[in-house]
Design a protein around this ligand. Structure first.
Ligand code: ADP
Ligand code: MG
Length: 274
């Protein structure tokens, strides 16, 4: 997590107060001096971030600072947007995500994404969860078992096992979001990218989804965008703070919320802007 951080600290000429001993840790996701432009507008500026496996990394920062853009880099969801240009490196397990030879479908199987508003298809519960395995060519084996596995991991199986044919859209929002997570888990991904996954949910549903994420991080790497700092403080192991397209600071969440290296982080965390 910290090599990119060291580069940032060095380039910013700041004291490396947050650098710790685990520099040898193998990052599962990484960007190095990564830039992204939407046409003439630069939305990511020299972002160097390392993401530790089987942990929750929260990306925080005010609206428009590039959080969604950054997480979309990791499964190339920005590709479809006209006028997008990039430079720098983005790596999954040390291999370039933007390599011409990369299999995009396989990348998106390994690195799945959950969005702000639950977006189940207007299909049955079963078909929603089966969709992932089907598009990734994993439906030849025991599809029922995959669907069950996906629903079990999000705590939905016992509630829905007798209603697998009912419409996913008839479920409460929290359950819809769990369905979307189940759809990803059914293809056995490695990384879950979550862009404000609880922002459409009430506080009780939010708390339950947070509990689910703490359970899932035992098996998966989670990168969560949140504009809710308390959420980052509650569930994340690492926090990255962005401002105007730059990664200002990244570190262990506990440290970040008590001892900031950069005055802008301190100002944001203490609620002075954003
Ligand atoms: P955040 O998720 O932190 O709110 P975004 O990553 O969505 O920020 O956006 C970062 C910046 O890039 C914003 O200024 C936004 O207006 C701009 N932006 C986002 N998507 C596009 C797009 N498709 N075309 C042009 N500009 C965009
Ligand atoms: Mg966003």
């Amino acid at each position: 997590m910290f090599s990119g951080f060291c580069d940032f600290i060095a380039s910013a000429g700041l004291q490396a107060t947050m650098v710790r001993a685990d520099i040898n840790m193998q990052a599962i996701l990484e960007t190095r001096s990564f830039d992204l432009w939407y046409g003439a507008f630069q939305a990511l500026i020299g972002v160097s971030l390392s993401v530790e496996p089987r942990a929750i990394t929260a990306i925080i920062g005010p609206s428009g600072c590039g959080k969604s853009t950054l997480v979309r880099v990791f499964n190339r969801m920005n590709d479809g947007i006209r006028g997008v240009r990039i430079s720098g490196e983005a790596l999954l397990d040390g291999r370039s995500i933007y390599d011409k030879a990369i299999d995009l479908r396989l990348l998106r199987k390994r690195v799945g994404m959950v969005f702000q508003r639950p977006n189940p298809f207007p299909l049955s519960v079963f078909e929603n969860v089966a969709y992932g395995p089907r598009i990734h060519g994993l439906s030849h084996g025991d599809l029922d078992a995959r669907v069950e596995m996906g629903l079990r991991q999000t705590g939905l199986w016992d509630t829905l096992k007798d209603r697998l044919n009912s419409s996913a859209l008839s479920l409460a929002l929290e359950q819809q979001q769990r369905i979307c997570i189940s759809r990803l888990l059914a293809v056995e991904p490695e990384v879950l990218l979550m862009d404000e996954p609880t922002s459409a949910l009430d506080p009780i549903a939010t708390a339950r989804i947070e509990e689910l994420l703490l359970e899932l991080k035992k098996s998966y790497t989670i990168v969560i965008v949140t504009h809710n700092m308390q959420q980052a403080a509650r569930i994340s192991d690492y926090t990255a703070f962005m401002l105007l397209g730059e990664l200002v600071e990244v570190g262990e969440t506990q440290t970040m919320f008590t001892l900031q290296s950069d005055p802008r982080t301190e100002q944001y965390i203490s609620g002075r802007f954003g």
